[in-house]
Structure formats: structure tokens, C-alpha cells
Design a protein around this ligand. Structure first.
Ligand code: NAP
Length: 276
């Protein structure tokens, strides 16, 4: 069973890029907890078997990354509300009885990151660019934070329409060609695409329509200052980078696996940014 030496891991395919072992390893060391957090390369065909084997292998739980987050839902004995709404599981807790509970802390991480940066988004409209898994988590967070209208813009319009149908609420969809229209009178702009990430082209989006007081946040954290955030700063917008979301989504996982709610500090940020 999972008593004794606490053991957790991140499962992905590939998994080498994941910062989770560095992040949880930092906290284990900082709090003097004798436990381990490893990374396990699990190919999609092996996911079900690997998950079913977790209790026997002594794991308290695991995090999931690309491409397992959506597929894992089917193998859970219980799924929390955020994971149901987002349609994906980013952490699995192994119960005392060996049951697997799927949870999702990405929306929590996103809202904590905004809160930490002092961004208030109650009421008003937000524009979200992207309709993948990260966008879904951001939208759920914004809905829970009381944003009254969330404008969806995605290159593939059907994906945005699917999101709108799945999540409900006031989610007007804009065409990619008219993406700058979504910024008019908006109180927040979120890039939830992979554009701007190392090796990807920048997000091609003029900011002229966005009110200057509106914060701009990017879900991408490599590089920390994306082209979008750099331009937003030049225009005078408050900005929030993507690292805060990554750090805060990990806190509930660490607490569930190792029994302590860890701190997000400047030193931890630096430690992660130094990752090769
Ligand atoms: P995903 O499900 O694959 O979605 C990718 C999104 O990017 C889609 O909306 C896609 O549009 C759009 N996109 C990709 N290439 C594009 C292009 N050339 N032009 C226009 N749109 C393009 O990926 P995801 O899981 O949502 O992740 C998105 C990003 O968020 C990644 O960079 C990931 O590292 C980051 N992320 C960060 C955190 C964090 O904690 N900060 C958490 C999760 C993810 P289409 O639908 O048209 O393909």
C-alpha cells in the first residue's frame, strides 16, 4: 500500500521536458521530507496498466502530462469537479484502499497566479486566445473568478465552439481573422496557445484595441518573457508570466503526496529558471 516512504512521479510521453521532478525535488529538500518524486516515461498504450499498478508499486500519487491528461479520465474510480469540467486529469491520488482519484489543479494554478500578481478580474470581459487543454483550464478559472464574458479566439474555430458547448456561460467565439476585435473593452488578455514558446512563432496579435489598464498573461513560461509579454509591457499593460500557474498547480499535488502545503518563493522560481 502507500504508507511509509512517500513516493510520487510524473507520467508523460515524452517526459524529459517536465519541470515537475525539479519542482517537487526542491520542496522535498526544503522541508526535509524523506520521499521521492521521479519521472516515468509511459507510452500511451501502457497508461492504463501503469495507473492500475500504482497502489501495488507504493505510489501516493502521480502527475500527468502530455499526452495522458484526457485519456486518464477513463481509468479513475473518482474524478473531482474541476477535472470533470476541464475534461482532463493532471494529478491522480492513490487512496488508502487503492482507489484512484483524478483531480485537476490547472485552473487553481491559473487563478492563484493571477491573484498573486494582484490581478482582479471580477465582472468585465476577458479575451482568451487558444482552445486546447490549457485554455480550458484558464476559462474554468475565469468563470469561477466571476468574469462575466469570456471571448474565445482560436485558429480552428470548431475547437472554440466545442469548448463553448462543453463549458456553457457567456463565451462568444471570434474568428481568428477578427481576433483583435475580441480585445475591445476587455479587462484581461490571456494567451493560452503554444505560440511564443521556444521553437514556436510568436503570437501575431496587435494590442491597440486592448485598454491600457488591462493585464496581459501568457500561459507559456519558456521563455518567461514571451514576445507578447514584451510588447504588452511596452504598451504599459501589467503582465503575468506563465511560471506562476505551473508553480501553483503543483502545490495541491505536493500537499496530497507529501502532506505539506509548500510555499512558492522567488528562490524556487530562480531554481526552475536555471533548469537546463
Ligand atoms: P494544445 O491542447 O495542443 O493546444 C494548443 C493551442 O495552441 C490550440 O489552441 C492551437 O490552435 C494553438 N496553436 C498552436 N499552434 C498555432 C499556430 N501556429 N497558430 C495559431 N494557433 C496555434 O496545448 P495545451 O495543452 O493547451 O498547451 C498550450 C500551451 O500552454 C503550451 O505551450 C503549454 O506548455 C502551456 N501550458 C502551460 C501551463 C502552465 O502551467 N503555465 C499549463 C499547461 C500548458 P488549434 O486548435 O487551431 O490547433
Amino acid at each position: 500500500m502507500n504508507a511509509g516512504y512517500p513516493k510520487a512521479a510524473v507520467l508523460g510521453w515524452p517526459v524529459k521536458h517536465s519541470l515537475s521532478p525539479r519542482l517537487h525535488g526542491y520542496w522535498l529538500h526544503r522541508y526535509g521530507i524523506g520521499g521521492s518524486y521521479e519521472s516515468l516515461a509511459v507510452e500511451p498504450a501502457e497508461l492504463e496498466k501503469t495507473l492500475r499498478h500504482l497502489p501495488q508499486a507504493g505510489f501516493r500519487g502521480v502527475n500527468l502530462t502530455i499526452p495522458h491528461k484526457e485519456k486518464a479520465l477513463a481509468f479513475m474510480q473518482a474524478v473531482d469537479t474541476p477535472a470533470q469540467r476541464i475534461g482532463a486529469v493532471n494529478m491522480v491520488v492513490v487512496g488508502e484502499d487503492g482507489r484512484l482519484e483524478g483531480r485537476n489543479t490547472d485552473a487553481y494554478g491559473f487563478s492563484q497566479s493571477l491573484q498573486e500578481a494582484g490581478v482582479s478580474v471580477r465582472g468585465g470581459a476577458a479575451a482568451v486566445i487558444g482552445a486546447g487543454g490549457a485554455a480550458r483550464a484558464a476559462i474554468v478559472a475565469l468563470q469561477d473568478m466571476g468574469v462575466s464574458e469570456i471571448r474565445l479566439v482560436n485558429r480552428t474555430r470548431e475547437r472554440a465552439e466545442e469548448l463553448k458547448a462543453a463549458l456553457g456561460g457567456s463565451l462568444p467565439v471570434f474568428d481568428w481573422a477578427a481576433r483583435e476585435d475580441a480585445l475591445k473593452d476587455a479587462g484581461l488578455l490571456v494567451n493560452a496557445t503554444s505560440l511564443g514558446m521556444q521553437g514556436q512563432p510568436p503570437l501575431d496579435l496587435a494590442l491597440d484595441n486592448l485598454p491600457q489598464t488591462a493585464p496581459v498573461t501568457d500561459i507559456v513560461y519558456r521563455p518567461l518573457e514571451t514576445d507578447l509579454l514584451r510588447r504588452a509591457k511596452q504598451h504599459g499593460h501589467p503582465t503575468v508570466d506563465g511560471l506562476g500557474m505551473l508553480l501553483h498547480q503543483a502545490r495541491p499535488a505536493f500537499a496530497a503526496f507529501f502532506g505539506r502545503d509548500p510555499d512558492v518563493t522567488g528562490d524556487l522560481r530562480r531554481h526552475l529558471l536555471e533548469a537546463p
